[in-house]
Ligand binder design. Structure first.
Ligand SMILES: NC(=O)c1ccc[n+]([C@@H]2O[C@H](COP(=O)([O-])OP(=O)(O)OC[C@H]3O[C@@H](n4cnc5c(N)ncnc54)[C@H](OP(=O)(O)O)[C@@H]3O)[C@@H](O)[C@H]2O)c1
Length: 285
């Protein structure tokens, strides 16, 4: 039975403590996906990123259960994340979707639940945010946040509901370093997570990344992930196989110099998004 009592009590969530790197699961499905998730937790990942729209909440939940049963981690050490699709921003739909996510993953309250896209033309993201607040009050989720929200959208949330998200997960990689968004989020106490942190591989061949890799005896992927840490972005790279999962986790030992960080950030361009998905106009359902 899920905790679905509609009684609403005033509630302040405990602070959200996140590790230095997370694990993305987009496209990880079925038996291979389950093994990838449990294997990642065995290696040391503790933040696992899924979404209703990835159609893998069941797979990811099973991978987490496997890892807990094998003793690799306790359930309470793992931060499981899922996301609310754009087609379900209205209150009743949003609450039913959170419940569906809860049942699909089957691992108890969801540690972090995010609105996947603001879809400003649709114009219901405040209603979705209020629904997530309600889902937290009902005990379905522990922490709530958003993805792909611009400062203008965040200001509306604060004005309309009095509550800002704990996390804003945004596209962030060397070709699109999002310096302004990082600063805005940090100034408002919001944790920035970087999606497609490796630019889906595109960020790895550039001269500053390759130079830093040589200087530190690290791989290009590790340099890019160390750059995320240096600029205040919590990267959530996806890697299907154990070798890259391990490689990415070990980026936590790489410390770049200020000059290296500056040179990698300078690779960015205003149109550096991978697929031109500007949250001011782009909508995803
Ligand atoms: N909130 C949102 O709107 C949103 C949007 C997109 C993504 N996300 C989340 O962010 C996660 C990460 O983004 P992403 O999967 O798009 O891209 P990504 O993590 O930047 O890149 C993943 C790709 O890079 C490869 N790779 C992984 N580690 C590597 C390394 N060390 N060296 C070279 N290649 C490496 C992977 O291949 P293999 O798997 O074959 O190793 C995969 O093809 C997603 O899985 C998802 O959880 C969120």
């Amino acid at each position: 039975m899920s905790p679905t009592s509609s009684s609403v009590t005033s509630f302040t969530p405990p602070p959200l403590e996140l590790p230095g790197i997370g694990f993305g699961t987009y496209k990880l499905r079925g038996a291979d996906g389950r093994e990838a998730v449990s294997g990642a937790i065995e290696l040391g990942y503790r933040l696992i990123d899924s979404a209703y729209n990835y159609e893998n909440e069941g797979t990811v939940g099973a991978g987490i259960r496997d890892a807990v049963e094998s003793g690799a981690a306790t359930r309470s050490e793992i931060i499981y994340t899922s996301k609310l699709p754009g087609r379900y921003h209205r209150r009743a739909d949003a609450l039913a979707t959170v419940e569906e996510s809860y049942h699909r993953s089957g691992i108890g309250p969801i540690d972090l639940y995010l609105i996947h896209w603001p879809n400003p033309k649709q114009g219901h993201y405040v209603e979705a945010w209020n629904a997530l607040i309600e889902a937290r009050e009902r005990g379905l989720v522990k922490h709530i946040g958003v993805c792909n929200f611009l400062p203008a959208h965040l200001e509306v949330l604060e004005k309309e509901t009095g509550e800002l998200p704990e996390v804003n997960q945004i596209e962030l990689h060397p070709a699109f370093p999002q310096v302004g968004a990082l600063e805005w989020n940090a100034a408002h106490g919001i944790i920035t997570q970087g999606w497609s942190p490796l630019g889906r591989g595109a960020a790895l061949d550039s001269v500053p990344v390759q130079d830093a890799a040589r200087a530190h005896g690290a791989t290009a992927g590790q340099v890019v992930l160390a750059w995320h840490r240096a600029v205040g972005s919590l990267a959530i790279p996806k890697a299907a196989g154990r070798q890259r999962q391990q490689e990415n986790l070990e980026s936590l030992t790489v410390e770049l110099t200020d000059d290296e960080v500056t040179a990698i950030t300078a690779l960015g361009t205003p149109d550096g998004r991978l697929k031109g998905q500007d949250p001011a106009t782009y909508e995803e359902f």
